[in-house]
Design a protein around this ligand. Structure first.
Ligand code: MEV
Length: 322
């Protein structure tokens, strides 16, 4: 067992197509974005008794021994599940310092990324780094505690750090873009709980299963077409699919006035397509742009109320770059 300080990071993510319908078995496409990331740094606490674990996360004003926190606190759970998986009865005295540039409750997969950074750092600190499969599985268990009914796409794309074509309960497919494409991400600044929106959609589904299933099926068709276009490098065709996906998400009541304004501003300023990304009702939207229109769309998003924008490129084979 090693005792030096160790750190691990995990990127954020965006959903390109298929959010919410993916919870009900339709495919979805997500890509990692390393322009935002969570980092966990673990160091030994010399002379403290085994089992004493201090968790410090300044972003959420947390500084506590984990014994003083509930066992189902997501960050504590990430530590305990990792120790349990490795059969570590008692952890060495250690300090876990978590920091993150990923906006909270914003559609960027912050909860999956923080859990994964911790799982990676703890397992490395114990001298037994885990495979991406196990990291993803442990993070899914943390996500379930927080989100109730997550599809598993967030923990998968964040753990494997590759663009994924994902169907719940099936092995994921790495999606290889034949040509790079550029997205502008706009943060509406409105925090929104994915768990609450997923629960609302469930209520809608219970009230009118036929029409909601019709919308989910239409979203699934969009995702399958998008996979083909991305693999064939037919990027120009993705814009209309994004707009169609957004219309269906609006029908499902998942957009918001702030997100609608951002989508309209992007389209009016040269974006080829735009939609919300992630849980919705707040958080992020994405716009498909050319390298020439990217900064104009960024400026338009800020003017329309975005609190932050990022430009990201989904590149062939290697996944997204900054
Ligand atoms: C959240 O990033 C994506 C949702 O589809 C929820 C999920 O798949 O667990 C809204």
């Amino acid at each position: 067992m090693t005792m030096t300080a160790l750190s691990a990071t995990a990127p954020g993510k965006i959903i390109l197509f298929g959010e919410h319908a993916v919870v009900y078995g339709q495919p979805a496409i997500a890509v990692p974005v390393s322009i935002v990331q969570a980092r966990a740094v673990i160091s030994a606490i010399p002379a403290a008794p085994n089992g004493q674990v201090r968790l410090i996360a300044p972003d959420i004003h947390l500084d506590s021994l984990i014994d003083e926190l509930p066992d189902d606190h997501p960050l504590v759970l990430a530590i305990l599940l990792t120790a349990g998986h490795l059969g570590a009865q008692r952890l060495p005295a250690m300090q876990v310092h978590l920091s993150s540039s990923i906006p909270l409750a914003g559609g960027f997969g912050s909860s999956a990324a923080t859990a994964i950074a911790i799982i990676r750092a703890v397992s490395a600190f114990l001298g037994r780094p885990l495979s991406n499969d196990i990291v993803s599985e442990l993070a899914y268990r943390v996500e379930r505690r927080q989100h109730g009914n997550p599809s598993g796409i967030d923990n998968t794309v964040v753990a494997f750090e590759q663009p994924v074509y994902f169907v719940r309960g099936q092995p994921f497919e790495t999606l290889i873009a034949a040509r790079p494409f550029t997205l502008v991400i706009g943060d509406s600044g409105v925090q929104s709980s994915t768990a609450a929106v997923v629960a609302d959609v469930q209520r809608l589904h219970q009230a009118d299963p036929e029409s909601i299933d019709r919308a989910f099926t239409a979203i699934g068709d969009i995702v399958r077409q998008a996979r083909g276009y991305i693999q064939a490098g037919m990027i120009d065709n993705l814009g209309e699919l994004m707009n169609h996906n957004q219309r269906l998400l609006k029908e499902l009541t998942i957009s918001s006035p702030e997100l609608d304004l951002l989508v309209e501003a992007a389209l009016a300023n040269g974006a080829m397509g735009a939609k919300l990304s992630g849980g919705g009702r707040g958080g992020n939207m994405i716009a498909l742009v050319s390298p020439q229109t990217a900064s104009r769309v960024e400026r338009a998003l800020i003017a329309a109320g975005a609190v932050h924008t990022w430009i990201t490129t989904v590149a062939p084979i290697l996944g997204p770059t900054e």
